[in-house]
Design a protein around this ligand. Structure first.
Ligand SMILES: [Zn+2]
Length: 233
């Protein structure tokens, strides 16, 4: 069996409700990482995601490179978004059970890396259960002990932009790639993953309903999406 937890970054967007409807039609619960500024812009779409069963975590207020900020500025980015998320859950009438966090660009804070992990531990953030992930690099890179939510497979569909030359076909190639030397193929038998996809309206313009195409392709190949679980809950 090949299993994965689905995570979707940079929500909410214009296409978020359509993504949510598709996921519900397939029985998939995603952990969506929201940017505070995007919540302010598409508030109702974030409410829709919560009321239709998705989990929304923190992806900072304005999506900066966290290593480029002072520790204090970076914490402000997190806490400003925490307040927005608390209000969002309240307005949606949904109890906020989980507080996952994902760093923009996978930038784990540079020299402040340890301080961030301590902050997450001391401030009630939740680690996604990842004991099913067997890749050596996951343990060696301390991803198995870090509280923030990293990923094992980046769909990389955000590279499909006007003039980028990166196409829908390139995404299928990535999904089907069998080279397991380092990171581990998405579709390697017995593998478990945390998949990273994005909610981007620009991708939607280039490849309408891209999430259906790419997630559908994974489902066709036998990948099973599992319910996200968090340690201590
Ligand atoms: Zn992001």
């Amino acid at each position: 069996m090949i299993t994965a937890v689905l995570t979707i970054d940079d929500v909410p967007s214009c296409n978020t409700p359509d993504i949510v409807d598709y996921l519900n039609s397939k029985g998939i619960t995603a952990v969506m990482f929201a940017v505070g500024k995007n919540i302010e812009k598409h508030y109702d779409n974030a409410i829709y995601a919560l009321q239709h069963g998705m989990i929304i975590g923190n992806h900072t207020y304005s999506h900066p490179h966290m290593s480029a900020l002072s520790f204090e500025e970076a914490i402000e980015q997190i806490e400003k978004n925490e307040l927005i998320l608390d209000k969002l859950y309240k307005d949606a009438g949904v109890t906020r059970k989980y507080r996952p966090f994902r760093f923009p660009y996978g930038d784990k804070g540079g020299e402040n890396k340890k301080a961030f992990q301590r902050y997450f531990r001391e401030n009630g953030f939740n680690k996604l259960v990842d004991t099913q992930i067997q890749f050596k690099w996951w343990r060696e890179g301390e991803l198995s002990t870090d509280i923030d939510t990293f990923w094992t497979f980046d769909v990389a569909e955000y590279n499909i932009r006007r003039g980028s030359g990166f196409t829908e076909e390139d995404v299928y190639k990535r999904i089907d790639e069998e080279d397991t030397q380092y990171r581990g193929a998405l579709l390697g038998e017995g593998n478990s993953h945390i998949i990273l996809l994005h909610a981007h309206d620009e991708t939607e313009e280039m490849v309408p309903e891209y999430y259906k195409k790419f997630i559908g392709h994974m489902l066709d190949k036998g990948l099973v999406f599992t319910e996200p679980k968090f340690f201590g809950i």
